[in-house]
Each structure stands twice: as structure tokens, then as C-alpha cells.
Design a protein around this ligand. Structure first.
Ligand SMILES: Cc1cc2nc3c(=O)[nH]c(=O)nc-3n(C[C@H](O)[C@H](O)[C@H](O)COP(=O)(O)O)c2cc1C
Length: 112
């Protein structure tokens, strides 16, 4: 599949953001991403978000611009990004990943 892109970023939560808000962000994202042509996964460890976004490169960066402006977090730092042949999270418009580390996201970035 041509033009497919995978990107992993981390960010720091804004004050007052907790597990419940992270769940809300993931479920709303899941609905939106269906239309946006994006799949991926979102992890929240209590302080930081980690997110993998996958889709056509243009769509990934368009969404990232929107996400960057979201006041529920700050300091969005791209950790890794690359063109890919397959969508690792093809079955999830936005998978809600539990856990303190970003293990599943790192594993996804290592995949083809
Ligand atoms: C950590 C984090 C991850 C997000 N991920 C997504 C996402 O994958 N897709 C999405 O549409 N919005 C995501 N958002 C929300 C967007 O910033 C924005 O609020 C939303 O797209 C607006 O949706 P609406 O136009 O339906 O109101 C995320 C927000 C945060 C803080």
C-alpha cells in the first residue's frame, strides 16, 4: 500500500487529566478516525500520553496538527516515524492501551 505512514509521539498531560479523560479521548478518537482514515493506539501512564497514528502520510500530519493544539496535553514530541507497508493497528481506529510503559507502541514502531 503506497503512502502509508506510522508515527509515534509522546506528550505530557495537562493538569486535571486522568484515566477517565484518557478513556474519553480514545473513544472519541476512535469514532473520528473512522472518517479520517486513521488507525492507531493510545496509551496513558498517569503523566504522559503515548500515541501511534497510522494512515496516509498527509492524513497523519493533518491529525497531528489538531492533536498538538489540544489543551489537554502539551510538549508533543515525535519519537519515531516512518513509511510503512502495513497498518499494525488495522483492526483499531484507536486502541486504548493500558500500562505504564509504551511497550505495545514501541513494538508497533519496529514492525514493517
Ligand atoms: C492525547 C490525545 C490524543 C488524541 N487523539 C486523537 C485522534 O486519534 N483522533 C482524533 O480525531 N482526535 C484525537 N484527539 C482529540 C483532538 O485533539 C480533537 O479534540 C478532536 O479531534 C476534535 O474532535 P471533534 O472535531 O469531533 O470535536 C486527541 C487528543 C489528545 C489530547
Amino acid at each position: 500500500m503506497s503512502g502509508m505512514y506510522r508515527l509515534f509521539y509522546v506528550s505530557t498531560k495537562a493538569e486535571d487529566i486522568g484515566e477517565e479523560e484518557a478513556d474519553k479521548i480514545a473513544s472519541h478518537a476512535s469514532e473520528n478516525n473512522n472518517i479520517r482514515n486513521i488507525v492507531g493506539a493510545l496509551c496513558f501512564n498517569g503523566n504522559h500520553f503515548g500515541q501511534v497514528l497510522e494512515g496516509p502520510q498527509e492524513d497523519v500530519f493533518k491529525l497531528l496538527d489538531t492533536i498538538r493544539d489540544d489543551p489537554r496535553h502539551k510538549d508533543v514530541i515525535i519519537i519515531s516515524e516512518k513509511p510503512v507497508r502495513f497498518r499494525y493497528f488495522k483492526d483499531f481506529h484507536m486502541k486504548r492501551v493500558r500500562g505504564m510503559d509504551f511497550e505495545e507502541l514501541v513494538t508497533a514502531m519496529a514492525a514493517e
